[in-house]
Design a protein around this ligand. Structure first.
Ligand SMILES: NC(=O)c1ccc[n+]([C@@H]2O[C@H](COP(=O)([O-])OP(=O)(O)OC[C@H]3O[C@@H](n4cnc5c(N)ncnc54)[C@H](OP(=O)(O)O)[C@@H]3O)[C@@H](O)[C@H]2O)c1
Length: 445
């Protein structure tokens, strides 16, 4: 099969020929990738940012599952839409030919920018039947980040989500059988016939199961979404990229009272079409005042954090600091500030993971948290977490038409380096996601 990979951090992507992976965990599926997408995490992983934390996660995962993964070579890509070519022995709910979509944990070195990959069945679901693969690939990573960051506002559940990361490990998964991963007498067939690929399993879940995912994890997701969104005044500080185009639709689907989006003026129309009631130019000198007029807010959802503010405070920096937007929350109301722009990875890169990196992140969290608590409000960091339960909810939201993929541009698989250049072009204001379509043939040389 063909796969894009890097053999060193900060090095160019190279297209290589390698063996189709074999299933090494009983929970895994072998997937033929039809499409994937690019996320800021891919750029970070390519450059080696966040490596200290990712290495710890790989080591932990190695201890828990008995499967060691090297840091390099690395194939990027965390989300996909594709077709199942084979299943591990624990997989009862999917079969050969099922069209699925999902995400991979950051510990996996064979990502989705490849012709095949392996993924845990506990981080996928059946693909919605009303969209194409290239559209589907734009959603899983941003949706898993959004759902898990909102679930993070419920402590027992967020701890459970963390402990069940990909739900693949032998301590939390009592049925894990390491003695036999996979029946090697079965054929791995990369040449799926249309007939087989079209044969879909009937979904192995019902709505009740989604509400109670069977692992004692009484759902929750809907309750938490309703509690945080319904009838609330919400400010989204995330532009018009992947996260924002998903979050605004989710807020609309869960009946927010008012949705204000800070973005580039080029995207005002798009964001209003997706559900924003008001749009404000995030670069405007009076962006804080304009946002205040439409407040106070019950929830600020932020993907920018303090990234563009400097330590020397000035009025201009106020437009880019958590502090300024936190002041717009409705006071003494347990209003929530959720940001997915946490300093965890950068602190671990700068100071190492233990004890300084984690210690500094804990202090950063406490600093913002105390600031929020002083006004009777709450502050949370959110993180990307793969989860099948969330994926099934996402399938329903897409099939009911409440969430639609928003795609800036589609690149062919062979054109992947150009897609990364385009993604990294700071001068370009993108609208939605950049997607890689593996099903489009390359033009002849
Ligand atoms: N913690 C996690 O696990 C996690 C997971 C996913 C994403 N994230 C983080 O979330 C961020 C957004 O992700 P994404 O996928 O949406 O990225 P993206 O598709 O690259 O979009 C970023 C958007 O932010 C806008 N922007 C830049 N500065 C802004 C500001 N000061 N105020 C408002 N908007 C601003 C950009 O606007 P223009 O380019 O149009 O000017 C662009 O539309 C990234 O930094 C990523 O690292 C974290």
């Amino acid at each position: 099969m063909k796969a894009w990979q890097i053999s060193k951090f900060k090095s160019p992507l190279t297209l290589i020929q390698k063996n189709i992976p074999i299933i090494t965990s009983p929970n895994d599926l072998l997937i033929k990738i039809c499409a994937s997408s690019i996320n800021p995490l891919d750029i970070q992983m390519k450059e080696g940012y966040g490596q200290n934390i990712i290495q710890v996660m790989r080591k932990l995962n190695g201890i828990l599952t008995g499967i060691k993964q090297p840091d390099l070579p690395l194939t990027l890509g965390r989300d996909f839409s594709g077709v199942i070519c084979d299943t591990g022995l624990n997989v009862k709910s999917y079969k050969f030919g099922d069209e699925v979509w999902g995400t991979l944990g950051v510990q996996r070195t064979l990502g989705t920018q490849s012709e095949f990959t392996t993924a845990s069945y506990k981080s996928v679901s059946l693909k919605p039947n009303n969209i194409e693969h290239f559209e589907a690939a734009s959603l899983p990573y941003i949706a898993m980040t959004t759902f898990s960051s909102i679930v993070n506002t419920n402590f027992p559940l967020s701890l459970k989500l963390f402990c069940n990361y990909e739900s693949d490990n032998k301590f939390f998964n009592k049925t894990h059988d390491n003695s036999q991963y996979y029946d090697h007498t079965k054929n791995v067939n990369d040449d799926l016939t249309e007939e087989k690929a079209n044969k879909k399993s009937s979904p192995d879940y019902t709505y009740t199961e989604i509400m109670d995912s069977g692992d004692g994890n009484k759902d929750c997701l809907d309750d938490i979404l309703i509690k945080n969104i319904q009838n609330k005044n919400i400010l989204i500080r995330a532009g018009s990229g992947g996260i924002s185009t998903f979050v605004v639709q989710l807020m609309k689907a869960y009946n927010a009272k008012n949705i204000v989006v800070l973005c580039n003026p080029h995207s005002f129309d798009l964001m209003e079409e997706l559900g924003a009631y008001h749009t404000i130019d995030y670069k405007a000198s009076d962006v804080i005042q304009q946002s205040r007029i439409l407040g106070p807010y019950d929830l600020v959802y932020d993907a920018i954090g303090n990234k563009f503010s400097s330590s020397t405070s000035s009025n201009l920096d106020d437009r880019h600091s958590i502090k300024s937007y936190m002041n717009l929350l409705r006071p003494y109301n347990k209003s929530k500030y959720i940001t997915v722009s946490s300093p965890l990875l950068s602190n671990a890169d700068k100071y190492g993971v233990f004890p300084l990196g984690l210690g500094k992140s804990f202090l950063d969290y406490n600093y913002e948290s105390i600031r929020a608590l002083m006004k009777g409000n709450l502050f949370y960091y959110g993180y990307y977490m793969p989860n099948a339960h969330f994926m099934r909810r996402l399938t329903q939201l897409v099939e009911s038409g409440k969430i639609k993929p928003v795609i800036d541009r589609v690149f062919r698989f062979d054109d992947l380096p150009r897609a990364y250049e385009y993604f990294g072009d700071k001068g370009l204001s993108k609208k939605g996601k950049i997607v890689i379509d593996n099903t489009k043939a390359s033009p002849p040389d």
